[in-house]
Design a protein around this ligand. Structure first.
Ligand code: ZN
Length: 258
């Protein structure tokens, strides 16, 4: 386990004053905000891909489409995913509090676990850039359906349940490597970044497009950039403030003071 860094109190109180003064906050979240809910991240010290680099390669869409074994394995992973048991944590709830205070412009998330909405973030403020694991989508006819209905079929013995409408291949409504992001979602994220007066990047290493671009877009449009993360990120040197430490402690501290 990495040592827990001591939160820089001077930086914390500076950012508290920025949050108090802000009127249009955009929060950008990655896997780090959900680790306290029991969902492992990808690239952190205990990350899924840090421990098993092969898992990153097999999450490419080409493997999913061409290899029935990858699909069978994927259904089993969905069935046993920790997200089904997970509850939103104090970090997710702090973002809901920002919305109650009327300061929240948007939550842009890389997470597919649905915990922002479960915490109470309004769907119209939420952009799930990598999709959601709570739905399935047919790769042939495009029909969407609740994931739990498909998982019921897996539990009943179907190893790779096909679309009930057209017989096509089903996949979680998430963006895999090799798949394009939703154009409308990208547009909403871009607009939010341009309109923000404060962008807070939480629990993301800011290495994956398009999230890696959004802090630059926001700063170019005049926003302050604050990074909240357990580990260094690609943007630390360009951020207006970096708060290193447990997200579950830092986010509530930022919000309660405003
Ligand atoms: Zn279909």
């Amino acid at each position: 386990m990495a040592e827990t860094p001591v939160i820089d109190q001077a930086a914390l109180s500076t950012v508290q004053s920025w949050v108090r003064a802000a009127g249009a906050i955009v929060v950008l979240t990655g896997a780090g905000i959900s680790t306290d809910s029991g969902i492992p991240d990808f690239r952190g010290p205990n990350g899924v891909w840090t421990k098993n680099p092969k898992a990153e390669r097999t999450s490419h869409i080409d493997h999913y489409v061409s290899d029935p074994e990858v699909r069978r394995l994927s259904w089993q992973q969905r069935l046993h995913h920790p997200a089904w048991e997970a509850e939103p944590n104090a970090g997710h709830q702090a973002i809901v509090e920002l919305e109650r205070q009327g300061k929240l412009l948007a939550v842009l998330t890389q997470n597919i676990d649905g915990l922002h909405e479960a915490a109470g973030t309004s769907p119209e403020l939420l952009v799930e850039l990598h999709g959601t694991m709570r739905d399935v989508v047919c790769m042939d006819c495009g029909e969407r359906a609740p994931m739990q209905r498909a998982l019921d079929r897996v539990r009943a013995g179907e190893e790779d349940p096909p679309c009930r409408t057209c017989g096509g291949m089903l996949k979680s409504a998430t963006v895999s490597f090799g798949q394009s992001l939703d154009v409308d979602d990208l547009e909403r994220a871009d607009c939010a970044a341009r309109a923000a007066d404060l962008l807070v990047a939480v629990g993301t290493t800011l290495t994956v497009y398009p999230v890696a671009d959004l802090p630059r877009i926001a700063q170019a449009a005049g926003a302050r950039l604050v990074i909240v993360n357990g580990e260094p990120t690609a943007y630390d040197s360009r951020a207006d403030a970096v708060l290193r430490g447990p997200i579950c402690d830092i986010l509530p501290a930022l919000v309660d003071a405003s």
